[in-house]
Design a protein. Structure first.
Length: 297
């Protein structure tokens, strides 16, 4: 079945007052009344309007609907009630009311009019949110503050502990931080997706971390010990003699943390200094005449 946006049907905003909803309903009910409207499909439209008003005029029913809608559903989306959604049971007194399968899946058959029987306390629906952090925070772990805005609870701020080594796109489940329960039931959970911003130096590649490290021509030719950055701080790395731009060196265990930590892959990049003085130019000329080196064959 498809999700119905009852606010959209009535032409009101999700934060509309009860009076606004009633006013919109009356206007549409007059417009599509069978004795007044000559529009094609008016009969189906008035049924839809009646159903929307039946869902939103009741404070608790509207609250339940808002919890579902806050999960990101939009009109026309494929919909099945969440596993924890039990709906209302029993007869609400309007057994002949012609409501859709969508309405009855949420509130039970005959939920219109008088209050239907209740299934007892029900767990609140889950909420979904996303936070984006930098690569270093994802590597080391961090505490981040997020602000949630939803039509059920309004605006609230939470402090969230991000575990070290979280993978980009993973979700953190925050128990009890979802929508409130119904009739005394427990609150749902908050499912927080963690996005990670790209870092200008470090590139995550699975469990490995790639970083480009600049070196001098003499360090490449003669070998050297240099300091290279890692997300955990600087470490020393031995550059073997005869290295070239693009040569790769591996720092084992310095990659992304996990049950088995990845490695950091250091990609060397030779930076050649400009010859700005006569002595420097003579040095390059001497070097050119000292080597029988033809890199282009």
């Amino acid at each position: 079945m498809q999700f119905k946006d009852y606010y959209e049907i009535l032409g009101v905003k999700p934060d509309a007052s009860d009076a606004d909803i009633k006013r919109a309903y009356r206007k549409l009910a007059r417009k599509y009344h069978p004795d007044v409207s000559k529009e094609s499909g008016a009969e189906d439209k008035i049924k839809e309007v009646n159903e929307a008003y039946e869902a939103l005029k009741d404070a608790e029913r509207r609250r339940e609907y808002d919890q579902l809608r806050a999960g990101g559903y939009r009109a026309g989306d494929d919909f099945r009630p969440p596993p924890n959604w039990q709906g209302r049971q029993g007869n609400g007194g309007f057994e002949e009311a012609d409501f859709s399968d969508f309405f009855e899946s949420l509130f039970g058959r005959g939920a219109g009019g008088a209050r239907g029987g209740r299934s007892g306390p029900r767990r609140g629906s889950d909420l979904q949110a996303r936070i984006t952090i930098d690569l270093a925070s994802a590597f080391k772990g961090a505490r981040e503050r997020i602000t949630l805005r939803d039509p059920v609870q309004g605006e609230r701020t939470l402090e969230v502990k991000i575990p070290a080594g979280i993978e980009p796109g993973r979700q953190i489940r925050l128990s009890g931080q979802g929508n409130p329960g119904i009739a005394g039931g427990p609150a749902g959970d908050l499912l927080l997706e963690v996005g990670v911003r790209e870092d200008p130096r470090f590139k995550l590649d699975g469990q490995n971390i790639n970083v480009v490290v600049p070196i001098t021509p003499w360090e490449a030719a003669l070998g050297a010990t240099v300091k290279v950055p890692t997300l955990a701080g600087e470490v020393e790395l031995r550059i073997p003699a005869g290295s070239n731009t693009g040569s790769k060196l591996r720092l084992r265990g310095r990659g992304w943390p996990g049950k088995v930590s990845g490695d950091q892959i250091v990609v060397l990049e030779i930076h050649t200094p400009r010859a700005e003085t006569d002595a420097q130019k003579r040095f390059y000329e001497t070097m050119a005449s000292s080597f029988d080196f033809k890199p282009r064959g």
